[in-house]
Write a protein that binds this ligand. Structure first.
Ligand code: CMP
Length: 136
């Protein structure tokens, strides 16, 4: 039975800065994730803090919010079969040094902070994250 989902993907400042937008988008589209919406934005630190509020108790929170707001990002709605899990497999482990071969973070990530992409970790969070960036 088919299970078409939507998930949110972010191309982070390190990857935008290195002109990796098209390379990363083509990994999604060649793996059956269609890009339904895409926009390039530059968040304020306050907006980044709101987006990452689930991490507010973590020691890396302040640094994370500064980083996400340090330059332009590309936010996308990806749609396809099991999109949440499919996107997470394509991204690879959070820390690029633990990511599997040919995953986006292995190919392009620099460090656990500059790990090139973010992706929703569940269908529920995907809905919240999509709504955060693409409210009508
Ligand atoms: P992301 O998937 O965007 O979700 C939260 C981000 O926090 C994560 O990717 C990492 O870039 C960043 N981060 C920094 N330090 C850590 C850590 N110790 N554990 C998990 N995530 C971290």
């Amino acid at each position: 039975m088919s299970n078409i989902e939507q998930t949110l993907s972010i191309i982070k400042p390190d990857a935008v800065e290195r002109n990796l937008i098209e390379n990363i988008k083509s990994i999604f589209t060649s793996n059956n994730l269609n890009i339904k919406e895409t926009k390039k934005i530059h968040l304020t630190k306050e907006e980044a803090a709101e987006f990452y509020s689930v991490h507010q108790s973590k020691p890396f929170y302040d640094n994370l919010c500064s980083y996400l707001s340090s330059g332009p990002i590309v936010v996308m709605i990806l749609e396809g079969e099991n999109a949440v899990l499919s996107n997470r497999k394509l991204m690879g482990a959070t820390d690029p040094k633990n990511a599997e071969k040919n995953t986006i973070r292995k190919l392009y990530g620099i460090s656990i902070d500059k790990n090139s992409v973010h992706g929703s970790d569940s269908v529920d969070n995907a809905k919240k994250e999509i709504n955060f960036f693409f409210k009508n």
